[in-house]
Design a protein around this ligand. Structure first.
Ligand code: ZN
Length: 229
């Protein structure tokens, strides 16, 4: 609660109603203004509001979500917190991830891999037609952090990841997504799909990933694959 208090009032308590700076504690997360009696909560409007579990459990869950290389799993979270079911753990993860989305967020920068995949199945959208069938096609952008010399896998650590449902894999559909989410001057890696040919002529340094398994199993680009699978 001290931490949440610091986040809300980093320069000391300010009553949201009258601007007063004096308060008394009125509950675990409640602070009452000494001037007007207004009660302000440090958890109102946060994911801690209405939580049945102690906030410490939520901090544990947030820490797991933030630090697991491949994301927190529902099973792992269920066990770590002692939740009753994977469904509950899923709800927790969903709540945490929703809170992590910032509407004013910055675009991805540096080296960024771009690919598409179908949501609801592991199949890649490759092939001659890239028809969408019954599934939703999502475009994905993945930021690649620098490779350390100790890293022998050849895979970059992943930075920020974004997924958006797109109508199809045409340049018309993919272009706004790329321009909205990747900084100009970024280095963009795609496969050889023709829709990406605009990338090279649009501020970006474009690298076409070759040697993928387009013809046999339609693998996604390696980092995009790591990010969504
Ligand atoms: Zn007040």
């Amino acid at each position: 609660m001290d931490y949440l208090f610091q986040l809300r009032w980093s320069d000391g308590f300010v009553c949201p109603k009258c601007g007063g700076g004096e308060y008394r504690t009125a509950g675990t997360a409640l602070f009452e203004c000494k001037d007007c009696g207004h009660q302000a909560s440090v958890i109102a409007g946060t994911i801690f509001q209405d939580a049945r579990r102690p906030s410490a459990n939520w901090f544990t869950a947030i820490w797991r979500t933030e630090t697991r290389k491949y994301g927190a799993s529902t099973e792992g979270l269920k066990q770590a917190i002692g939740l009753s079911s994977c469904e509950t753990a899923w709800t927790w993860l969903h709540k945490i991830r929703s809170a992590m989305v910032r509407s004013d967020r910055a675009k991805l920068s540096g080296i960024v891999e771009v690919d598409e995949t179908y949501i609801g199945g592991g199949e890649h959208s490759g092939g001659a037609s890239r028809g969408t069938g019954n599934k939703a096609l999502a475009a994905i952008v993945v930021e690649l952090k620098p490779l350390s010399t100790a890293n022998k896998t050849g895979l970059h650590p992943l930075g920020r990841v974004r997924l958006f449902v797109v109508a199809d894999a045409s340049a018309e559909s993919l272009k706004p997504f790329i321009e909205d989410n990747i900084e100009k001057e970024g280095k963009v890696i795609t496969d050889g799909w023709a829709s990406y040919s605009f990338v090279a002529s649009n501020w970006y340094a474009h690298t076409v990933h070759v040697g993928g398994k387009k013809s046999e199993g339609e693998q996604m680009l390696p980092h995009a694959h790591l990010a969504v699978c």
